[in-house]
Design a protein around this ligand. Structure first.
Ligand SMILES: CC(C)(COP(=O)(O)OP(=O)(O)OC[C@H]1O[C@@H](n2cnc3c(N)ncnc32)[C@H](O)[C@@H]1OP(=O)(O)O)[C@@H](O)C(=O)NCCC(=O)NCCS
Length: 182
């Protein structure tokens, strides 16, 4: 088997991480609050999905859909009047999927104090064709030492995601085979 048959995406030129890295910035207003008066986590999650989706689309050169979002971490509350920056980049690519890493930073909109990290997340996007079927993505080419570390860490998460899915499927199949009803 040729290299191209084994790794068909080798036919698509790879893209450096920096080519699709994106920052989405947004000022938080009273429309964004929860019942406690701080910013609703779902508002932040939407910004995270939006930024990651832009990155996945730019990297894959077309539409991409969110397949999963994991390890969404909220480190500090976000407040009305915070200017939130959502920084996203492709950490890793598979055949048709990409892991996008996102960091969320916040600073007061009218102060020159440094922005503080308030959250982070990892999302998997699948590139899709016009029929919504997965299509191949260019390989991401990590450039800096930090990009390379993120690539390696993303591979670890990928291994764990697949192992977890497989283990749960096996358990469910076993229970179904034993006639156990939920
Ligand atoms: C994501 C989707 C395209 C996957 O389709 P599928 O028929 O299951 O295709 P595959 O099993 O070949 O998966 C495609 C890729 O996505 C990855 N993937 C699929 N589901 C995943 C999950 N839950 N977590 C992580 N990766 C996942 C696969 O590992 C594969 O990656 P690879 O080609 O790099 O190895 C399909 O499930 C879908 O359209 N989901 C809805 C997406 C959507 O509407 N998102 C918005 C949410 S509101």
């Amino acid at each position: 088997m040729t290299d191209q048959a084994r790794h068909p995406q080798a036919a698509i030129p790879g893209k450096p991480t920096a080519a699709s890295r994106t920052t989405l910035s947004h000022i938080m207003t009273h429309n964004d609050t929860n019942l406690l008066g701080t910013v609703h986590g779902g508002v932040i999650m939407k910004l995270v999905d939006d930024a990651a989706g832009a990155v996945a689309g730019r990297h894959s050169g077309g539409p991409a859909v969110t397949a999963s979002m994991d390890e969404m971490v909220f480190l500090e509350p976000v407040r009305v009047g915070d200017l939130v920056h959502v920084k996203a980049q492709v950490n890793w690519t598979g055949r048709t999927s990409m892991e996008v890493g996102v960091r969320v930073l916040a600073e007061r909109w009218n102060e020159s104090t440094p922005a503080q990290q308030v959250g982070s997340a990892y999302l998997v996007f699948a590139a899709v064709d016009a029929d919504g079927k997965p299509r191949m993505v260019p390989e991401v080419l990590p450039e800096t030492g930090r990009d390379k570390r993120r690539y390696q860490e993303a591979q670890i998460r990928r291994t764990h995601r697949l192992a977890r899915r497989r283990a749960i499927k096996e358990l469910r199949d076993r229970r179904a085979a034993e006639g156990i009803e939920d």
